[in-house]
Design a protein around this ligand. Structure first.
Ligand SMILES: C[S@@+](CC[C@H](N)C(=O)[O-])C[C@H]1O[C@@H](n2cnc3c(N)ncnc32)[C@H](O)[C@@H]1O
Length: 237
């Protein structure tokens, strides 16, 4: 296994049980819906993963574009959501060929940590081109430099206790300690940004941003940022 896209395309055990996976995607969907400002909005979920609750997000907006780099995951998204005419599935490359200024809300949750800083800059540029002038980009689940894996373990156990899967969470943590996840986390690592670093990175990509009071999802030690296009660059109308 070479990278995090391969990992997410494998039969990984990041979700400790079906219940964990289901409540994870329900929580993410509810949080994304909280950022949708109109029933007509066009929403992009950038690197959406399995997006099991995407139909709830689609119900709350005009059109939902699910973009996912892992080919196996993308194939499942295509078959799962084929009957829903509000949902389109795209690769990340296909986003480059979509109409500019066509998206009201782009969400990138729990993705930046798996990208190199240069890949994240490229993704911000792709999204900036797609956003309408008044559109928003929400970047969630950013790991802070000083919070280690113990913060993730505590957050998972708190989430498990709320939803009744503590036993599975403990088994899952033991499995993870011996898994490809642990190996990749040690070998490639996860990118971390301080609040100031992420605000500066978004500013360099042409956004003005603020940190949201709470993170998307269950992990309160991670950060979410809400960004808007700061200015028109030369050559842009
Ligand atoms: C933890 S999942 C997040 C899925 C979903 N957004 C959520 O909040 O549940 C990480 C996602 O990032 C994608 N990913 C991993 N490495 C990536 C990379 N280098 N560039 C873009 N996406 C990547 C994976 O394919 C996966 O969909």
């Amino acid at each position: 296994m070479d990278d995090w896209i391969d990992y997410y395309d494998s039969t990984h055990t990041i979700y400790v049980s079906k219940l964990h996976r289901d409540v994870h995607f329900e929580t993410i969907a509810a949080d994304i819906i909280g950022y949708i400002s109109s029933k007509d909005s066009v929403v992009l979920d950038y690197a959406c993963g399995e997006a099991l609750s995407a139909e709830k997000v689609a119900d709350a907006c005009g059109r939902l574009i699910l973009a996912e780099p892992a080919p196996g995951v993308r194939g499942r998204l295509v078959s799962r959501f084929a009957p829903n005419t509000k949902i389109r599935v795209r690769s990340l490359d296909e986003l480059r060929h979509m109409d500019e200024k066509s998206i009201d809300l782009a969400v990138m949750n729990s993705v930046a940590q798996y990208m190199t800083p240069a890949e994240l800059d490229t993704a911000f540029a792709v999204i900036r081109r797609l956003l309408k002038p008044a559109g928003r980009l929400v970047v969630g689940d950013i790991l802070q430099p000083h919070v280690g894996m113990s913060g993730d373990v505590k957050a998972l156990l708190r989430f498990a206790s709320k939803h009744g899967f503590v036993k599975d969470a403990l088994w899952g943590l033991a499995r993870t300690a011996l898994s490809d996840y642990r190996e990749l986390r040690t070998k490639i690592g996860l990118q971390r940004y301080s609040e100031a670093d992420m605000l500066a990175k978004l500013a360099a990509a042409g956004f003005t941003a603020t940190r949201a009071p709470i993170n998307i999802g269950h992990n309160r030690s991670r950060m979410t940022f809400v960004a808007r296009i700061a200015f028109a660059r030369s050559g842009e109308s």
